[in-house]
Design a protein around this ligand. Sequence first.
Ligand SMILES: Nc1ncnc2c1ncn2[C@@H]1O[C@H](COP(=O)(O)OP(=O)(O)OP(=O)(O)O)[C@@H](O)[C@H]1O
Length: 351
Amino acid sequence: MTLSFAATLPARGFDVELDVAEGRTLALLGPNGAGKSTALGLAAGTLRPHDGAITLDDRPLVRVDAGRTRTWVPPHDRQVALLAQEPLLFPHLSVRQNVAFGPRSQGARRRAADAAADRRLAEVGLAHLADRAPSTLSGGQAQRVAVARALAAEPRLLLLDEPMAALDVDVRPELRQRLQHLLAGQTAVVTTHDVLDALLLADEVAVIEAGRVVERGPTARVLSRPRSAFAARIAGLNLLTGSWTGDGVTTEAGEVVHGHAPGSDLAVGAPMTAVFRPASVSVYLEERHGSPRNTFRGTVRTLEPHGDLVRVRTDHLAADVTPGAAAELSLVPGTKVWLSVKAAEVDVYPG
Ligand SMILES: Nc1ncnc2c1ncn2[C@@H]1O[C@H](COP(=O)(O)OP(=O)(O)OP(=O)(O)O)[C@@H](O)[C@H]1O
């Protein structure tokens, strides 16, 4: 089932086009308020666009022209399942009845619906809890039941809105692993802030910022060679953008970044991106002259633990230093620093 999605919602500053090929999973990444949930709501039918066309395979689900609705398939008729952050199970039904709800409401007989429910519960590893009441489940179990319920309706499109967000960190891996299996071959869109979700669940990612898609591509490419600040941040990379000036990338702030460039046929003025790992960045209190390094002025904004190291963030860059180095330099928020990275550690590419 191929999803083709184009919708605007001016009240939310939302204007997005997306498509998801048959059997593929697209991760929507973006900061809070970017429009990820809005996109899912429009596809699920809980929101109506001002302008837009949403099609699943050849079946138009929505067509609205300048506020005039031409086509509107109501949510329950779309064969689109939306899995929310909270499991939202029916409290008065057993686990099995919750999962059988979709097939039942599509007209399946009780026995067939129960059998489908048991199959789906087995897929999420919870067949043994079928007779339990939702109130007796842990948060992680309840969310797995919600996944089974969404899949039991045999949706042509599965939408997952930050499925791990409401769960404790230690139960996320289990659900993530289940989803990795279950999403194989299922056309799906998952919103997330988590790089692991994107890496393990999604074939492609689209980064949304302020209601617009700013970057789109195969997951591995976007996370290793990001073009947007958000993708770089979740991939744990520093990113600077600017234009090619012959031997480096000059940023808008006038910084010149030298690094590995992809070839010699780059046009002067072409938009370029430079990325490097925080672990490649050294921190000094004074500018270092005479070394073949890139240096950037900055003010420390935050210090946070990062594995065995301390991640030092300035306004636009991050450096990982040892706790000993952080102490020796007396780094605190407000400290003026120079950040330095060898050209050999910087990856430079067009875009
Ligand atoms: N019910 C609503 N009524 C009006 N505006 C809303 C409503 N819900 C969200 N918005 C606005 O729409 C924009 C997109 O919000 P949305 O919830 O889609 O973002 P998001 O990317 O899902 O964010 P988050 O990661 O915080 O869930 C934001 O500007 C938000 O303030």
